[in-house]
Design a protein around this ligand. Structure first.
Ligand code: ZN
Ligand code: ZN
Length: 280
């Protein structure tokens, strides 16, 4: 499904993405065309995000102002947890991701860059469309890998070694799961015929929301507290999946679990309960 070429309405003014795209296009064309660029963008964004959350995890036991936002304030993240998850992340990147990226760099021709920027509407709708599609694909993948014992034991059980996730658990995955996720993240923008700026925007958004799902915090500004009608699952619902693995299979939105009756009634955090009792 291609999004039609939309013209920004005059009341929105000029297309805000034109100067950004022109700047990138004119100054970094060689870098942006390299097949290595999306991989380096994804890996560096992930490492930056987990570094920030890991600093919070290390400080949380000593700083009550951070610990009060933890979904499990009584269970600190230990250095053993950090080194173990970081070890598998490093292994997966060295053994699978970088060789695959270098292979692409050698065998794939540089990607052609469009001259025109996407409109802001195309950019935002593209990211939303890819997120909805990815959410559906992962929901099915996830459900199958819990319902079929062999698939669970062989590929997904490793991710469930932690009942109380923290940011580094996001990519504490088997190679098969890592490739499935990487495959959809690459293919979905192609299916929706997104501009490459939209594709990179979706990759960054996907990394952010996946890390947010596993961060172990329920901040007032977390996406699930901002999106209305409980449409967004976020960290609290995904934490409930790690507690009660036969519920909450969707990674981001709540509608598939709601429609299929697989939602969890555990989806509340200590911070949520405190907010509710204050509001009552
Ligand atoms: Zn998880
Ligand atoms: Zn699972």
């Amino acid at each position: 499904m291609a999004f039609p070429k939309l013209q920004e309405h005059s009341y929105l003014g000029q297309n805000r993405l034109v100067p950004i795209w022109d700047y990138l296009h004119n100054n970094y064309e060689g870098t942006l065309r390299s097949p290595l660029f999306p991989v380096l963008l994804s890996v560096s964004t992930y490492l930056l995000l987990v570094a920030l959350f890991t600093v919070l995890d290390v400080l949380a036991p000593h700083w009550p102002s951070i610990n009060r936002y933890k979904i499990h304030p009584e269970k600190p993240v230990t250095w053993t947890h950090i080194w173990r998850t970081l070890g598998l992340t490093t292994y997966n990147h060295l053994i699978y991701i970088f060789p695959a990226a270098v292979g692409q760099w050698i065998w794939r021709p540089p990607i052609p860059l469009p001259k025109e920027a996407p409109t802001l509407t195309e950019f935002l709708l593209g990211i939303l469309g890819c997120t909805i599609l990815f959410d559906f694909q992962y929901y099915l993948w996830h459900l199958l890998h819990h319902k079929i014992g062999w698939l669970y034991r062989t590929f997904h059980a490793i991710h469930h070694q932690y009942n109380e996730p923290f940011s580094l658990v996001t990519q504490y995955l088997s190679a098969w799961e890592l490739f499935s996720v990487g495959f959809w993240t690459t293919v979905d923008p192609l299916l929706l015929q997104c501009h490459c700026l939209t594709t990179w925007g979706f990759m960054l958004f996907n990394i952010w929301i996946s890390t947010d799902d596993h961060c172990g915090y329920d901040f007032p500004w977390s996406l699930h507290n901002l999106v209305p009608f409980g449409l967004w699952g976020g960290s609290v619902k995904h934490d409930a999946h790690h507690q009660k693995p036969n519920t909450n299979f969707a990674p981001f939105f709540s509608h598939w679990d709601w429609l299929a009756g697989t939602g969890s009634n555990l989806a509340q955090s200590a911070a949520m309960r405190k907010r509710e009792s204050k509001g009552a």
